[in-house]
Design a protein around this ligand. Structure first.
Ligand code: ADP
Length: 269
């Protein structure tokens, strides 16, 4: 990475037709990246041109979840992002991750200003092409990155991911409330790790229930515009396996009828 971006950010231009969504969560491990990759894959499967920018410095997991092993290449002073593709599917997704710019598994200890510059460069100097949708996977919490995104691309809409748990919902609300400061629109809430269906057909609410609705309601009040609960994605081991093996659940024909895949497809709808 260089010292600072030299170009304008194309997505910040009034003429840009790219819709930019930042996927936010209050804390880690709630499935923010899982939602991001499945949303990206579902949109790409519909024929849209999609990019994902993994800005989660604490847990960059997007490349693995999308099955991307390649690295960005440099052409003149632009960065060409690797492209995720899957056998038997026309979907393809351009991917850039903070993880592609560190050696091995080295933890990233960037501070705010450096992170801001990195984000600026990922947005300006990466050759994204003419995207329909750009998804930004933010680090968990109400941190610097969310504010940076608001400054760099004011039209970014926020998607909040939470579990059904009360405590998680409260921190997710705070993450969504950042949007008030940066005057961004909250596009909706996705509840993940909702009830798990057991082999005998009963549903077990491992992480409680109601968190998604709670976050949607309080963000509706806080922002003054309707913030919908877009989907409730059940706990499903297939979703974890899909993430671990690099082919998102929504691109797996054998899982097409599963409630988890259907819920994730709803978010893209
Ligand atoms: P975050 O990005 O919020 O840190 P991840 O998307 O990395 O969270 O998810 C954390 C772990 O939980 C991953 O191993 C992922 O595969 C798994 N996971 C996420 N959502 C579900 C779900 N609905 N059912 C089962 N496993 C899930």
């Amino acid at each position: 990475l260089r010292g600072g971006a030299t170009r304008e950010i194309p997505f910040a231009q009034p003429s840009s037709r790219t819709r930019v969504y930042a996927i936010a969560s209050g804390k880690g491990g709630v499935g923010k990246s899982t939602v991001t990759v499945n949303l990206a894959a579902a949109l790409a499967a519909k024929g849209l041109s999609v990019g994902v920018l993994d800005a989660d410095i604490y847990g960059f997991s997007i490349p693995r979840m999308l099955g991307v092993t390649g690295n960005p290449t440099r052409v003149d002073d632009m960065i060409l992002p690797p492209v995720a593709r899957w056998e038997g599917s026309p979907a393809e997704v351009k991917v850039i991750s903070v993880g592609m710019f560190v050696e091995g598994n080295t933890p990233v200890v960037w501070r705010g200003p450096m992170l801001h510059r990195a984000l600026q460069q990922f947005l300006a100097d990466v050759f994204w092409g003419d995207l329909d949708v750009l998804l930004l996977d933010l680090p968990p919490g109400t941190g610097d990155v969310a504010i940076s995104v608001g400054q760099l691309i004011p039209s970014t809409e926020i998607l909040v991911v939470t579990t059904p748990q009360q405590a998680a919902a409260e921190v997710a609300e705070r993450a969504g409330a950042i949007a008030l400061q940066t005057r961004q629109k909250v596009a909706g809430v996705v509840e993940n790790m909702s009830g798990m269906t057991l082999p005998d057909g009963t549903v077990l609410d491992v992480f409680g229930s109601g968190g998604g609705e709670q976050v949607a309601n309080s963000l509706t009040q806080l922002t003054g515009h309707e913030v919908p609960l877009l989907a409730q994605v059940p706990l499903d081991p297939a979703l974890r396996v899909a993430g671990d093996t690099g082919r998102p659940l929504v691109l797996r024909p054998e899982a097409a009828d599963s409630p988890a895949a259907q819920a994730l497809n709803t978010v893209a709808g």
